[in-house]
Ligand binder design. Structure first.
Ligand code: AHZ
Length: 305
């Protein structure tokens, strides 16, 4: 009988708003735990609430205006500037990890504080992250404060969608006057991409877009993805290889050289050091946010024509 009642009333418990569901304040809830109840729900409502939106987003962003690969400090900064300046552009961020943020959850080694050299403090003021002013540089009390703040700003933009746990595993190309242009990305669930060697028939998905901004970080298990692929497809001859640490040289070079390295693909952040043979900067993040700003500026040139 219980089963037939369930089948006869598939939406049982789905509407029927109780007092707890009606804009109760936290103050009103406190001390009232004996009668406490959540608003009722049916499990399928949860499934549909998630899957409908996800598949609508997959459909909407299958044709994007800009795809940003990698949601580290550079990619998120680029997304923030672009998404805010141009609410008419559809921007998809593809992040391989479940947790976006890349290397910006800690300031360096396992320390909390994050250093940004001036003038990158302007970016912190723009997004509303407090800092201590130390003269030529500023210090945010925890790198996670920067990362969570910029992420919350980016995720609130209606024209930006983050697809995390999803990696770019190839690039879409088209013949062009310049030889070849990048015309989109090939994606897969990261967990699937990690099992191509022991499972068969796990073909990917695709996103078309006229412009990709690649910010996948320096070489490593996942890093420098796009520029390594450009070498293997013989679109650039070889990588310069990231050089040793020199904070002063590195940060200036990364910002100045953030550019469209092949038609349709702008590269920013530490991925760029692998192309140009630039130094690394270690634990200072000013160049990452300003490289994001410059990448956004380069992208806007394409869209302002
Ligand atoms: O998961 C990666 C990370 O979140 C993601 N990523 C890499 N390959 C990907 C792929 N598809 C999708 N194929 C991918 N996502 O890219 C993000 C890169 O973030 P990051 O923090 O490593 O790079 P960044 O350039 O934004 O910041 C670099 C921060 C560094 S490294 C460094 C040094 O080594 O000296 N110093 C600084 C400030």
């Amino acid at each position: 009988p219980a089963r037939s009642a369930e089948l006869a009333t598939p939406n049982k418990g789905a509407v029927n708003l109780t007092k707890t569901a009606m804009n109760t304040t936290l103050e009103e809830m406190m001390g009232q735990w004996d009668d406490f109840k959540f608003a009722p729900i049916r499990e399928s409502q949860v499934s549909r609430a998630m899957t409908r939106r996800y598949f609508q987003d997959l459909d909407r962003y299958a044709e994007s205006d800009i795809v940003i690969i990698g949601a580290g400090s550079c990619g998120l900064s680029a997304a923030y500037v672009l998404g805010k300046k141009r609410p008419d552009l559809k921007i998809a961020i593809i992040e391989a990890s479940v947790s976006p943020g890349g290397g910006a959850w800690l300031g360096g080694q396992l320390f909390s504080a994050m250093v940004m050299r001036k003038p990158a403090d302007a970016f912190l003021r723009e997004v509303g992250v407090p800092y201590e002013d130390e003269g030529h540089y500023v210090v945010v009390k925890h790198a996670a404060l920067f990362t969570s703040t910029i992420m919350s700003k980016v995720l609130q933009l209606p024209n930006v969608k983050l697809f995390n746990a999803t990696c770019v595993e190839d690039l879409i190309t088209r013949p062009s006057e310049e030889g070849l242009r990048i015309a989109g990305v090939v994606t897969n669930w990261t967990l699937v991409a990690m099992h191509h060697d022991d499972q068969s028939c796990m073909d990917p998905n695709t996103i078309n877009c006229p412009l990709v901004i690649s910010t996948t970080g320096h070489d490593g298990p996942m890093g420098a993805f796009s520029v390594k692929r450009l070498v293997s497809m013989q679109r650039i001859e070889k990588l310069g290889g990231m050089r040793g640490l020199d904070m002063n040289l590195a940060e200036d070079a990364i910002v100045k050289n953030t550019r469209e390295i092949v038609p349709g693909m702008i590269v920013g952040g530490m991925e760029l050091s692998e192309v140009d043979g630039a130094n690394r900067m270690g634990p200072t993040f000013g160049a990452m946010v300003l490289s994001g700003l410059k990448a956004a500026e380069e992208a806007l040139k394409v869209y302002e024509i």
